[in-house]
Design a protein around this ligand. Structure first.
Ligand code: ARG
Length: 492
């Protein structure tokens, strides 16, 4: 982390083995569509707008040629003319039939018979009873990973109605922790980490809810839910699948305001990721088993989990040297990560053994869809990265306050000239001096909202460190939450 304090006067220093790939800005990515709103993955497919072009007029060059010849009266008799005419008509009819068949096929393919539900836009249809029943029927599992979500800063539980193709909050009537645990499991959490369910007054203006039908008998959870406009309790379910984003009070008091060195337990989700005993990248704890980091940290050949060890709850690299750390079982990079542009720079690490949470090791909350982080929202970055450009990795964990920079500003000609996509978020100061730097990558950009700490971003790139008009660029976690839950669910 580069700060305006200059090189610190104490503490051992380490060669910086953090990524040095930052000869940014890369000149090739100019996304004129930067910051298009994130669209839901399984929106209904558009009706194909293909209009066939059939030549109805018959004055083709060939025909002109024929006419010219016959007008001279030397080659074609009227019989041959007739044969050619018939042959051409048959040809036109055949082409028409093929086009009609293609249209018919597309139509049949796009709509599911007998009120079936289409799997995304794949053309595969499944029965509504199989949608969200805990068993994957669709080719890419759309029927199971698009059923529940937590919405907004209050963790409002929403259920997807495949019938109405829309999300509804769940009415608190008859709701118990038992159902909360099922919903958390479907999101990808482990039921053992379940935190709480709470009925809260819904201020979203919803007029329709999903309600439990307890008389439905021993059927699947989703089959017990039905759409209704009445909710007697006038409360909706707020669901916390894991106790995330909290910091021990005593640790918060220790915070050095405006300071740089972190206090124990101040950033309990921060991990240091080592390769062969050397700090390479940072990461953030989201569950006892899962860590969020940057995809560029685990690019080949470092995509092999055997190379990595994670250290949690330790502030000094010199102390980690004597520890054993946590082994990594699996590494999953975002499938659309682009190593040239750093678009979708996010990856997940699954640990071999779960972390034991305590006041120094705790998870941060993943941002929920519907959350907006604005420039007025103060964010913090932390890491063991270099304390000045081309400097060495820091021995002690550092943290700094950075504001979010609006996309239009960050994409301006004087800053990153349209290199910022909707999966990136800029934070820092255009006047320079405070920034993340080499070795901070993968680490957290967090903010506190509604007394909860949220993972807003993961440290991704920047041109140099702490330079004027070259702020830090972070992966935009809100855009990745869906993908992260899908991976946690599929790789439990
Ligand atoms: N890519 C760097 C790393 O691997 C992070 C750089 C962040 N740069 C910045 N100016 N904020 O550690």
């Amino acid at each position: 982390m580069a700060l305006n304090s200059g090189p610190p006067a104490f503490g051992p220093y380490y060669e910086n083995h953090g990524y040095q790939l930052d000869n940014y800005p890369p000149r090739h990515l100019v996304n004129s569509n930067a910051y298009v709103p994130y669209s839901a993955p399984y929106s209904p497919s558009a009706v194909p707008q293909y209009i066939p072009r059939v030549h109805t007029h018959t004055s083709t060059p060939a025909e002109v040629h024929l006419r010219q010849k016959s007008s001279s009266g030397t080659i074609f008799t009227s019989r041959t003319k007739k044969i050619i005419c018939v042959a051409m008509s048959i040809g036109v009819i055949l082409i028409g039939a093929v086009i009609a068949a293609i249209f018919l096929w597309k139509f049949v393919k796009n709509s599911c018979p007998n009120s079936g539900i289409e799997c995304g836009t794949s053309g595969t249809c499944i029965s509504p009873a199989n949608w969200c029943d805990g068993i994957s029927h669709c080719p890419s599992g759309e029927d199971e990973n698009h059923c529940v979500r937590l919405y907004g800063p209050k963790f409002i539980l929403q259920v997807y109605s495949s019938h109405n193709k829309s999300w509804y909050p769940v009415c608190q009537d008859d709701w118990t922790d038992y159902y909360g645990k099922i919903a958390c499991k479907d999101l990808g959490y482990n039921m053992n980490n379940f935190h709480s369910c709470q009925g809260i007054t819904d201020d979203s203006g919803a007029t329709s809810y999903m309600k439990l039908n307890l008389s439905a008998g021993n059927v699947d959870f989703y089959e017990k839910l039905y759409n209704s406009n009445v909710c007697l309790s006038k409360a909706v379910v707020s669901l916390r699948c894991i106790e995330c984003g909290t910091v021990m009070k005593s640790n918060q008091l220790n915070r050095i305001v405006g300071g740089t060195n972190a206090a124990p337990g101040e950033w309990p989700w921060q991990v240091s990721l080592h390769v062969q005993g050397v700090h390479v990248c940072g990461g953030s704890i989201i569950t006892p088993e899962w860590i969020v980091t940057a995809a560029h940290c685990v690019e080949e050949p470092l995509n092999n989990p055997r190379y990595w060890t994670a250290f949690a709850g330790i502030l000094r690299q010199s102390v980690m040297f004597y520890g054993t750390g946590y082994k990594v079982q699996k590494i999953i990079s975002h499938p659309n990560y682009d190593s040239k542009t750093k678009n979708n720079d996010v990856a997940l690490m699954k640990l071999q053994t779960p972390l034991a949470f305590n006041e120094k090791i705790r998870p941060v909350c993943l941002p929920n869809p519907g959350m907006m982080f604005e420039p007025t929202q103060t964010c913090w970055i932390s890491g063991w990265g270099a304390t000045h450009e081309k400097g060495k990795t820091s021995d002690i964990l550092n943290a700094a306050m950075v504001p979010i920079i609006e996309p239009w500003k960050c994409n301006s000609r004087y800053v990153y000239n349209n290199m910022i996509t909707s999966s990136m978020i800029c934070a820092g100061f255009l006047r320079g001096k405070i920034d993340s730097c080499q070795g901070d990558s993968g680490g957290p950009l967090v903010t506190e909202k509604n007394s909860v700490w949220w993972l807003v971003g993961d440290t991704s790139w920047g041109s140099g460190c702490a330079k004027i008009n070259r702020p830090g660029v972070y992966g935009n976690l809100t855009v990745f939450t869906d993908w992260i839950y899908q991976q946690m669910q599929a790789n439990r």
